[in-house]
Design a binder for this molecule. Structure first.
Ligand SMILES: C[S@@+](CC[C@H](N)C(=O)[O-])C[C@H]1O[C@@H](n2cnc3c(N)ncnc32)[C@H](O)[C@@H]1O
Length: 238
């Protein structure tokens, strides 16, 4: 699985909302910006600022991030314990991160401690995923279970705004992302299936996965496929 390809796909889903939110948060005049859980740099690579920082817990992702976003200063670290002084960034943001961490409240508290504006750009709620035709609902259940086994909280998106309040961040705007996870082109569909196959390997027999892939392909060709994962954003000031 090429994770950079996957992260670029997710970044495309949230592009329009992110452009709006960054503008609201004063990106144009921000001098110091931090992404927590920056991965391979799918978002960082788009930004420029006098001081652009990224932090991630995986060294391999940071190696790729250095290639994708050469202007960024990168740190290997844990979002639960950010290695920066209080209020050292104008904007601190994350994108598809909080569902993966052990304690999202602690990570948000840390983001609030080091930043003035805090943005969580995309956090999904797989518990309310919609799959049609109904034979494909099982695929949604498998994938949600696979995320759980990988250590994610698949329904964290539903708690995002509440967690902002608990972290003492003055919420300015929150809501669902309009388009969510929409698979459009054949190329995107293949990337989506590479993720599914990697997620389900060892959990669901290969034969069953293949059957589901065929159902999905037929539904897609017949324009019957609906796949919607409600995904939420929130931003606020400290
Ligand atoms: C789904 S990826 C998203 C990457 C990037 N934000 C993007 O949207 O392209 C989640 C990232 O969070 C990182 N991560 C998970 N737990 C973390 C933690 N406790 N501290 C810092 N990074 C973490 C992972 O290593 C991974 O790179």
């Amino acid at each position: 699985m090429n994770w950079n390809t996957r992260y670029l796909q997710q970044a495309a889903w949230t592009h329009d909302l992110r452009t709006y939110l960054f503008e609201q948060a004063g990106l144009k005049t921000a001098r110091r910006i931090l992404e927590v859980g920056c991965g391979t740099g799918a978002i960082l690579r788009e930004l420029s600022a006098p001081a652009l920082h990224g932090l991630d817990i995986e060294a391999g992702s940071l190696d790729e991030c250095q290639v994708q976003a050469p202007a960024a200063s990168l740190t290997l670290g844990d979002g639960h314990f950010l290695p920066y002084p209080d209020k050292s960034f104008d904007i601190v943001y994350c994108h598809y991160l909080l569902l993966w961490v052990k304690d999202p409240l602690q990570v948000l508290c840390e983001m609030a401690r080091v930043g003035h504006s805090v943005l969580a750009l995309a956090e999904p709620d797989y518990s309310r995923r919609v799959d049609e035709p109904s034979a494909l609902k099982l695929l949604g259940e498998w994938q949600t279970e696979a995320l759980r086994r990988q250590g994610a909280n698949p329904s964290f998106g539903a708690s995002l705004a509440e967690t902002f309040y608990q972290a003492g961040i003055r919420l300015i705007e929150t809501g669902p992302i309009q388009s969510g996870a929409v698979v459009k082109s054949a190329e995107e569909w293949e990337t989506e299936w590479a993720v599914i196959q990697s997620d389900l390997a060892g959990i669901v027999p290969e034969r069953e996965i293949q059957k589901m892939k065929e159902l999905d392909e037929t539904a897609r060709k017949n324009h019957e496929r609906v796949l919607h994962v409600p995904t939420f954003f929130a931003w606020g000031k400290t």
